[in-house]
Design a protein around this ligand. Structure first.
Ligand code: UD1
Ligand code: UDP
Length: 375
């Protein structure tokens, strides 16, 4: 009898990091894969489902405008519990640190169904940076059966928390699988990523800075500072900024107010994954507070300035391709200017480096699952 694996996700980054696992599960006759999306994100999730060719078996459609953490979490917990009662999975998979992942793990635990954690063991050791993700990861880690750690650093963090060593496996991060998959798709069908051509023409001859920003702990003053920094950098005639703005209204209102109407700043809608991969390819520098972008940029040899005080992904910083710059506007401007004006500083950071994985993480995860079910 095949074992039934329920894969749960709800936001853009979870979808990107789990589609390769879903593809691998669906290709494996030993396992039955059932996909449940919470739709904690709606449009930004659907963009990924479409490109990855995944039709969910269950869709909770929970997203509400400007949702609060408590309403969201309550809806997720009850909704995911109902799906589990209907599907009766043998095991559940969650990814990362979102409200969907935490609620999925809790609902599984309440039913005594083993829950396996993809991207386990990331820790910043600061409960409020990133918030609420640091707590979400720890809560999931307390209940998980198998912990799929992306790197040795994350494995070591789990071992320090006394997780039994035989439950922790270093697999690499599935984001590299996703990036390699989308890169191959673009090579096969270049039109998948050709939608930026007009902007590329308009900005030709300028160096492109790709920007993303969405962290809850940066709402308010942090977002204002980021907007001020981008406005300041845009005074340079030799740069152009491409900024796909997250759909969270707390991000959009600040960025639209501060940056709309500037000639060399393109505030655009969230890009689908092939177009975001294109943005990474054409950017000279990435400026971001995203988790996933911190992992993708080093893989492509793009210097990435991380607008956070701490990171649960120190591997990029240790490899030299990522640098923590916080959210002080003056500091961000100084750091970008250094990279633009000092070619030695730029070259030091611009080295392709893959501390986060080799693109084979999903295959390892599926093998480990199949092995676990056999025993
Ligand atoms: C969530 C995750 C965060 C992750 C981020 C990735 C939690 C608590 N937060 O943060 O860990 O890093 O996603 O992007 O799990 N919205 C839309 N359409 C969309 C997506 C969002 O309109 O497709 C708007 C809605 O108004 C929604 C709001 O954004 O209420 C916030 O979404 P939410 O998932 O609560 O938080 P994020 O800041 O996106
Ligand atoms: N991304 C995307 N389109 C965009 C911005 C980001 O496809 O317009 C991808 C990016 O390549 C990365 C992921 O979304 O894989 C990161 O998601 P986000 O920054 O929303 O969340 P985080 O990683 O911080 O949890």
């Amino acid at each position: 009898m095949t074992a039934r694996i329920l894969v749960i996700f709800g936001t853009r980054p979870e979808a990107i990091k789990l589609f390769p696992v879903v593809h691998a599960l669906k290709a494996d006759p030993r396992l039955e894969c059932v996909v449940c999306v919470s739709a904690q994100h709606r449009q930004m999730l659907d963009q990924v489902l479409q490109i990855a060719g995944i039709t969910p078996d269950h869709d909770l459609d929970v997203m509400q405008p400007d949702q609060t953490l408590d309403t969201l979490t309550a809806n997720l917990l009850t909704g995911l519990g109902r799906v589990m009662d209907a599907v009766k999975p043998d095991r559940v998979i969650v990814q990362g640190d979102t409200a969907t992942a935490m609620s999925g793990a809790l609902a599984a635990y309440y039913r005594k169904v083993p829950v396996d954690h993809v991207e386990a063991g990331l820790r910043s050791y600061n409960l409020y940076h990133p918030w609420p993700e640091e707590a979400n990861r720890k809560i999931i880690g307390a209940m998980a059966s198998l912990h799929f750690a992306p790197t040795q650093t994350s494995q070591a963090a789990l071992l320090r928390e006394n997780v039994p060593p035989e439950r922790v496996h270093v697999t690499g991060n599935t984001v590299i699988d996703a990036l390699q998959w989308v890169t191959a798709e673009i090579a096969r069908r270049p039109s998948l990523a050709s939608g930026l051509a007009e902007l590329e023409d308009r900005f030709s001859g300028r160096r492109i800075i790709g920007v993303t920003s969405h962290r809850r702990e940066n709402f308010g003053d942090g977002m204002e500072q980021i907007a001020r920094a981008v406005r300041h950098i845009a005074q340079r005639p030799d740069v152009a900024i491409i900024f796909p703005v997250h759909l969270n209204p707390n991000v959009r209102k600040v960025m639209n107010a501060a940056l709309a109407g500037l000639d060399n700043v393109a505030l655009i809608e969230p890009l689908d994954y092939p177009h975001f991969a294109r943005l990474l390819a054409i950017s000279t520098v990435m400026l971001t507070d995203s988790g996933g972008v911190q992992e993708e940029a080093p893989a492509l040899g793009k210097p990435v300035l991380v607008m956070r005080e701490t990171t649960e992904r120190p591997e990029g910083v240790e490899a030299g391709t990522a640098k923590l710059v916080g959210t002080d506007a003056a500091r961000i401007v100084t750091e970008i200017s250094t990279l633009l004006d000092d070619s030695a500083a730029y070259e030091t950071m611009a080295r392709a480096h893959n501390p986060f994985g080799d693109g084979q993480a999903s295959g390892r995860i599926v093998e480990l699952l199949a092995n676990e079910i056999r025993h």
